[in-house]
Design a protein around this ligand. Structure first.
Ligand code: NAD
Length: 367
């Protein structure tokens, strides 16, 4: 994909279209409505593979540039995620500027829905930070370009079980690469964050006979999950010093950083959280040098977008799960590519995404 370099000084004077050019964003839509207080940005990064799809995030950004940077970064990430997952979807994302607790209202969400609708399907929205399935129902009053709806509205419901299944098969592919067998039996695995995805992952791992350690800030959940799956609770303090085989981040981003890498003793990092590497380039290199196999997060956690994709086609959970199972092969293939080319795994994942985009772009060009 062509990446056009521009100077920082140019960017200061031309913060919008020039910045779009950095990663070749197709279209950015700025939305304002004084009556409802709506201030939003919809970013469409790339539609070569299909309509752009990505959630709407509501956040009290400090300023417009922060919101713009976030939506550009997130929409680009969606292009790569869908591309590597083999979906016919492009990358898009929306942000609504403001504190959801203070400014979110039915009118604001419906006005936002009208903006989404005005794009005629080029952007399809879904849930993200500070948005709920009820909010999606409200947006749906104004547009059909909404996905991730509750099951009682004909939607695909909670994507977490499919996401967790994708993480599980990806972890198996990682085990095969490191230990020559994809069995997780007897492996010591730390799952950080036992929310929707984390708990479901713990279920798969326990069933396979792994020794599971769990950590979360929610004490009640910790007790419930520990009892249900015979998992061992570990405190945040010292968690990264444990003698483990696999670290599965399923709570927050940026937990693979200078501090944790100086302590982690695992051989594999594979989990659901987005943006696990504090700095993609620095820590994406560092993991490999430390003898840790990093399964790139956006490949591993694609089950969520896969689930939503099948909602657009008339939801069928078996098809969604069957597609998520392919994450095993994708993970395996990218490890082989990384080895062959002598590049870090995060870079191999990006390359895989770009290769498919370029191949389909060529097909699209044929009359
Ligand atoms: P969730 O909110 O249900 O669970 C997150 C869990 O992490 C909660 O139990 C929370 O208490 C815990 N947590 C928060 N801060 C923590 C901390 N500092 N230390 C330890 N635990 C902490 O979220 P989820 O849907 O299970 O998603 C988990 C991660 O996976 C998120 O980063 C999410 O963006 C990502 N993800 C989820 C999906 C999906 O289908 N749900 C898809 C793709 C990516």
């Amino acid at each position: 994909m062509e990446v056009k370099a521009i100077k920082d000084t140019d960017l200061a004077n031309n913060p919008v279209i020039a910045q779009m050019g950095l990663n070749n964003h197709e279209q950015v839509v700025f939305c304002n409505d004084n009556a409802t207080g709506l201030k939003a940005i919809i970013a469409i990064h790339n539609t070569i593979l299909g309509p752009s799809l990505g959630g709407t995030r509501m956040w009290a950004y400090n300023n417009e540039m922060e919101a713009l940077n976030d939506v550009l970064r997130l929409s680009r990430g969606m292009t790569y995620k869908s591309s590597v997952a083999g979906l016919n979807l492009g990358g898009g994302k929306a942000v609504i500027i403001g504190d959801a607790k203070k400014v979110k209202s039915e009118a604001l969400l419906r006005r936002f829905g009208k903006f989404v609708n005005s794009l005629g399907g080029k952007y399809i929205t879904a849930e993200d930070v500070a948005m709920t399935s009820r909010d999606m129902e409200i947006i749906k009053m104004e547009t059909d370009y909404v996905s991730g709806l509750p099951e009682n509205m004909g939607g695909s419901g909670d994507p977490s079980p499919v996401t967790a299944y994708g993480v599980y098969v990806s972890m198996k592919a990682s085990a095969r690469e490191v230990w020559g067998s994809d069995s997780l039996n007897g492996k010591k695995i730390l799952v950080q964050g036992i929310g929707h995805v984390g708990e479901s992952l713990v279920g798969h791992l326990s069933k396979e006979g792994a020794k599971v350690y769990i950590n979360d800030i929610n004490e009640e959940r910790l007790k419930a999950v520990a009892d249900k799956y015979k998992a061992e609770v570990v405190k945040a303090d010292g968690m990264f010093d444990l003698d483990i085989d696999v670290y599965a981040p399923c709570a927050l981003g940026a937990t693979v950083n200078d501090e944790t890498l100086s302590r982690l003793k695992c051989k594999v990092i594979c989990g659901a959280a987005n943006n696990q590497l504090a700095n993609e380039v620095i820590h994406g290199e560092a993991v490999g040098k430390q003898g840790i196999l990093y399964a790139p997060d956006f490949v591993v956690n694609a089950g969520g977008i896969i689930n939503v994709y099948y909602e657009l086609e008339g939801y069928n959970s078996e098809r969604a799960l069957a597609h998520a199972e392919k994450i095993y092969d994708t993970t395996w293939n990218l490890f082989q590519m990384a080895k062959k080319e002598g590049i870090p795994t995060y870079m191999a994942a990006n390359k895989l995404g770009e290769q498919r985009l370029e191949a389909i772009a060529r097909i699209n060009a044929v009359l």
